[in-house]
Design a binder for this molecule. Structure first.
Ligand SMILES: [Zn+2]
Length: 76
């Protein structure tokens, strides 16, 4: 039996109470690399719909400096 082969399940589909919010940077940080890049969904297992929400939230969080940009921060 191929019990070991489990498909990755989208965390957000699995737990509908889990909200993708730009203010929830602690959660968002699990979806970016140490360099500040968004981790592709084939690695995290996030579905297309939720990955898009994540991307938006991460970008919004960056705008208010909760999360680092992938390159150096520039002066405003
Ligand atoms: Zn999902």
């Amino acid at each position: 039996m191929a019990m070991m082969r489990r498909k990755k399940i989208c965390k957000f589909c699995e737990a509908p109470e889990l909200k993708i919010d730009y203010k929830n940077y602690k959660m968002l940080r699990r979806f970016i690399t140490e360099q500040g890049k968004i981790i592709p969904r084939r690695i995290t297992g996030t579905c297309t719909k939720h990955q898009r929400f994540l991307t938006t939230a991460i970008k919004r969080a960056r705008n208010i400096a909760l999360l680092p940009y992938s390159n150096n921060l520039k002066e405003l």
